[in-house]
Ligand binder design. Structure first.
Ligand code: ADP
Length: 162
C-alpha cells in the first residue's frame, strides 16, 4: 500500500499547507499529516489544537489521517511503515533547509525517500510565522487561512494585541 507522511509544525495550518495536503492525497493511498510536538519550542497552538484544526480542514478527504508525533521523523515513519516523506517547497526560502533535512533523514534511514511538491504560485509567500505576525497586529488574513483558523487566531490574540 502506497503511504506517505507530510510532517510539519502547522502552527497554524495555512492555505499553503492545505494545498499540499490536497495535492499529495491524490498521489498516495493514505496520507498521514504528522503534527510535530517539539518540547524545545513554544507554539502558539498546542499540538492538540493543531491536530483538531487539521482534522477539520481535511474532513472532506477520506484518505488523510492526522497524527501527532515527537522525536525523530524517520523513527515515526518506520513505526507507521511509511517510506515516503512529503514536503512543500516554496520558491527560494525553503531549499537549503529542506535539502539538508532530506539528506539527514536519508542518512538516518536510507529506505525513506523525501518527495517535494512545489508550492502553488499564489501561495509561495505564505508561512505560518507570517500568518501569526499578521494576526497579532490584527491584519487581514483573507486568502491565507481558512475561516476556522482565522477565528482561532482572533481568540488567541484577543486582549493580547500590541
Ligand atoms: P516545519 O516547522 O517542519 O517547517 P511548517 O508547518 O512550517 O513546518 O511547514 C511544513 C511543510 O510545509 C514544509 O515542507 C514547508 O516547506 C511546507 N510549506 C509551508 N508553507 C507552505 C506554502 N505556502 N506552500 C507550500 N508548502 C508550504
Amino acid at each position: 500500500m502506497n503511504k506517505a507522511i507530510y510532517p510539519g509544525s502547522f502552527d497554524p495550518a495555512t492555505n499553503g499547507h492545505v494545498d499540499i495536503i490536497y495535492r499529495a492525497s491524490k498521489i498516495v493511498d493514505t496520507l498521514y499529516v504528522g503534527v510535530l510536538e517539539n518540547p524545545s519550542k513554544t507554539p502558539l497552538f498546542t499540538s492538540k489544537e493543531r491536530v483538531e484544526q487539521l482534522k477539520c480542514l481535511t474532513e472532506g478527504i477520506s484518505n488523510v489521517e492526522i497524527v501527532c508525533f515527537s522525536g525523530l521523523l524517520v523513527d515515526f515513519a518506520e513505526k507507521l511503515n511509511v517510506k515516503t516523506i512529503i514536503r512543500g517547497l516554496r520558491a527560494t526560502s525553503d531549499f537549503e533547509y529542506e535539502f539538508q533535512m532530506a539528506l539527514t533523514n536519508k542518512q538516518l534511514s536510507p529506505d525513506i525517500e523525501t518527495l517535494f511538491i512545489s508550492a502553488s504560485v499564489n501561495l509561495q509567500f505564505l508561512s505560518s510565522s507570517m500568518v501569526r505576525e499578521v494576526a497579532m497586529y490584527g491584519g487581514k488574513l483573507d486568502g491565507m487561512v481558512d475561516e476556522m483558523i482565522k477565528k482561532a487566531l482572533e481568540d488567541k490574540f484577543k486582549g493580547k494585541r500590541v
